[in-house]
Design a protein around this ligand. Structure first.
Ligand SMILES: [Zn+2]
Length: 219
């Protein structure tokens, strides 16, 4: 699959194609991630290398065959892992927490053992450079608002990171909590006695009729 050919420079900066540094350091899955998000984001590449480390660290210790992921941020990284690993919110193998920690655990949902990988603030600070400014959100207004300037910074963030991803990350072997092990049970379908919509969550009426609605009906 040559996903790169499907993309143009409205999706990612042309420096990534022109610069020899990136030739052997970016993979199809990175471009697949950009395509999935419909834009360039350094976090996609960082998440992909973090996942690579999870698999490398598990090698020889346990199998990572039936893959599931708990992602500790809902920002950017879940999209990259969906594109790379096929774990999605929809297939239930991706759980997303809104802690905004740049970290996640890749594990096997049959035995629960896995590897947690995260961006290590101390290592980031030690390395300094553009990555440190980007990671701690000490960017200029132009770097946040102007796409060309933002992309230029993103390219430099990746140039620093991809020289040695492990110099920015930490990891540990973990076993996930029991509720994350095994396939999610199929729940009984209930019909709401008020609105007759079917649902499987807790409660005698559906969440909307229980007053948890996120909308008001327009006439
Ligand atoms: Zn209802």
């Amino acid at each position: 699959m040559e996903i790169r050919l499907m993309l143009d420079n409205t999706i990612y900066p042309e420096e990534l194609d022109k610069d020899d540094f990136f030739k052997d350091r970016l993979y199809e899955e990175d471009f697949l991630g950009f395509y999935f998000r419909r834009k360039f984001a350094p976090g996609v590449v960082i998440a992909n290398r973090m996942a690579d480390i999870a698999f490398e660290e598990a090698r020889g210790k346990f199998e990572l065959e039936k893959i599931a992921v708990v992602c500790e941020t809902d920002f950017c990284i879940p999209d990259a892992l969906s594109a790379k690993l096929g774990v999605t919110v929809g297939n239930r193998y991706l759980k997303v927490l809104d802690w905004q920690i740049m970290g996640f655990t890749v594990y096997d949902y049959l035995h629960g053992r896995g590897v947690r990988v995260w961006v290590d603030s101390e290592k980031v600070r030690k390395n300094g450079g553009v990555f440190e400014r980007w990671y701690f959100r000490k960017t200029t207004k132009a770097e946040r608002k102007d796409r060309k300037v933002r992309w230029k910074m993103g390219v430099e963030v990746l140039r620093e990171f991809l020289k040695s991803p492990r110099d920015y990350l930490s990891w540990s072997l973990v076993k996930v909590a029991n509720w994350l092990i095994g396939k999610a049970p199929i729940k009984e379908v209930k019909e709401c006695p008020k609105c007759h919509i079917t649902y499987t969550c807790e409660g005698d009426v559906c969440p909307v009729c229980a007053g948890k609605g996120y909308f008001e009906v327009l006439s």
